[in-house]
Design a protein around this ligand. Sequence first.
Ligand SMILES: *Cc1c(COP(=O)(O)O)cnc(C)c1O
Length: 427
Amino acid sequence: MQLDPARLLSFARTVGTPFWLYDATTLRQRITDIQQLTGEGIQARFAMKACPATKVLREMQAAGIWIDAVSGNEILRAENAGHAVGNNPPTILYTSDVFRDNALSVVLENGILPNIGSAGMISDLRAAGYRGPVSIRVNPGFGHGHVNSCDTGGPSSKHGVWFSDLQTVAKQVESAGMKVVMLHSHIGSGPRFEELHENLERLAGEFANLLPHFPDLEGVSLGGGIPHNYRDAGAQIPLPPLKALFARCRERLCAAAGRPIRVEIEPGRYFVASACVLVSRVAEVKTTRSNEKGAGAKFAMVDAGFVDLVRPAMYGSFHRIEVVAHDGGARSVEPIVVAGPLCESGDVFTRDDAELLVPRDLPVPEAGDLLVLHDAGAYGYAMSSNYNSIGKAPQLWMEADGSVELISRRETLEDLLKAEVSEPIEA
Ligand SMILES: *Cc1c(COP(=O)(O)O)cnc(C)c1O
């Protein structure tokens, strides 16, 4: 995403810092990329947990992208943004391992296709009187993520029904009067593209072998997992081989079934990662000195922290950083650490999953400069929290013509206190 320094400084004066800035053009380009992978019998969903802003959901709806939702409120947000409900076709899929809060009632009331990740969910559906179609999420025993906590397939993953239990679970579905219309597996979005290819191909093969056991099957979902290159802004993920792969998978599945089978993919990050930046202000630059406990470092202290963007603190994720000089002046490059305002030593943006401090060669900013964290659109605002009672930062949306709109305001103390009550309960 290309940024105009003067405009960024002007936005910062208008809405304060930190703030999120979305670029509609970048988002639309990513949507177009995915549309080129889909078409005849191949349907894309947006894993909306990556970025549930109404503005983004509307773009998806306009582009014919369906939704993968993971909570009752995600379903309602998608519906509120204009996505159709119902299961014919299943434009919104509910994927989870557990029903909680309003999820079960929202699924039932809106005719949403449930994609069940645990057999217990069948009992919940049965007890609620549901006799409709279901999708089963399968853990195929393999998968990949960029770190262990992102593994979505394999023995360490909590997601889905373990593949060798699938027949048993399918029988439970049948005896509960429901039918399996879709099999699903999401095997993660690690950075290794080769591995993704092999895994997807293998997954389609396993699903093809299962088809004879699922006479009601209409669709197969190969999940999300199209990676985004966070390190290299110019890198383009090689999508044409994926297009061929999805087409090949579909042919194989249709041949095995002897009827048309819809193939689905559900990217999250690929759609939105590059479409948003988090803009913070540098408060000061300070240094620690080396001693017997370790090496000193130069810290650029910014006003954004892991309450805004948690990925580095949570997974050691890398985000490109750009410094915007407030006076347009030159800044010399040195290894620095970028840290935030929170009362946690882990509130550091330049780190990895092993080291707390991974100093990065960056222009050493001055107080008042802006520091931009790139590729923050996926699991950015969506994962932001109210830790330290700071309140969420505002989101701005830049249209193709350069006009800018505030799409969520900065949260206030009143927002934070809104759910606090003093009500006696009978128990
Ligand atoms: C999170 C998730 C996705 C999207 O993953 P990305 O890595 O963002 O592409 C897709 N499907 C399911 C079921 C998910 O939980």
